[in-house]
Design a protein around this ligand. Sequence first.
Ligand SMILES: C[S@@+](CC[C@H](N)C(=O)[O-])C[C@H]1O[C@@H](n2cnc3c(N)ncnc32)[C@H](O)[C@@H]1O
Length: 308
Amino acid sequence: MRIHKRFSEDNQVTLYNGDCLKLLKSIPDEVIDMVITSPPYCMGKAYEDPHDDIETFKKQHRDIFNDLYRIIKPGGSVCWQVGYHVSNKCIVPLDYIIYENFTSLSASRDIPFILRNRIIWTFGHGLNSSNRFSGRHETILWFSKGEQATFNLDDVRVPQKYPGKRAYKGPNKGNLSGNPLGKNPSDVWEIPNVKAGHIEKTDHPCQFPVVIPQRLIKALAPENGLILDPFMGAGTTGVAALLENRRFVGAEILKDYYEISEARLKDAASGELKIREDKPVIEPNENTAVAKLPEEFRKAREEIHEKD
Ligand SMILES: C[S@@+](CC[C@H](N)C(=O)[O-])C[C@H]1O[C@@H](n2cnc3c(N)ncnc32)[C@H](O)[C@@H]1O
């Protein structure tokens, strides 16, 4: 597979090492079927300027909006994955800013953005807070540019908990009540995040798992459609696009991460990249040593209850 550096609609893959705004300006009007991205949260990560703050986040989004809007096809989709900006013990939900920004900036256009879903992505592990409840979710806002053209629900159905359930009343009484292909995955997705030890982990500090863009692409982008990630990081959206036979264009400003993306896309194209498949999270086996309550914890709990 050839990786192109300059954008053309005919390219299978275009990877740009530089500012996404420059890439967006080189893309003609209405050629992108779908955008999936997770922008910097402006919180002092390795890839951010330490002076970046919530105002930087807002400005960055205002600056790219015109070109972003211009290059998306009518009926195309935009999926923006964000969490929270944390500063001075205060948390700011970034999806609130994106929602406000994208709906107000597109309101006066011929085809405004419409919010279709706010997906809650929940995961079991992360930092443990001692002064508030530990954060275990982020969100994905899915907008369509006008009426969305594609929604392939059957391609993303997930297993039912009780597939053998039957209708207990009405005309279908006694018949299986579910869809044979599985159920709608809903707007709450439980998917492990990419931490140390995850099969997909690279040197990038904030990857999302491949299955997130993969589900979104299967459901919302046409076969061979063109997918854009303006903040591609380790190239996860590109990997998902290749695995699902779609074309990809992405930008990454930092050389090290750009090179990770390049290597991952090549491995994905040759079938060598390892990814965690889209399967339900399994509850831990109660019989394993790590699942058992350690004696020290049992004693500590007893002591606390005795004090009560
Ligand atoms: C949250 S990370 C994206 C991670 C990605 N979803 C993944 O799974 O690897 C955001 C990325 O945007 C990059 N970035 C920041 N500003 C950028 C800009 N103006 N143009 C292109 N990339 C930028 C950062 O270097 C960082 O790698």
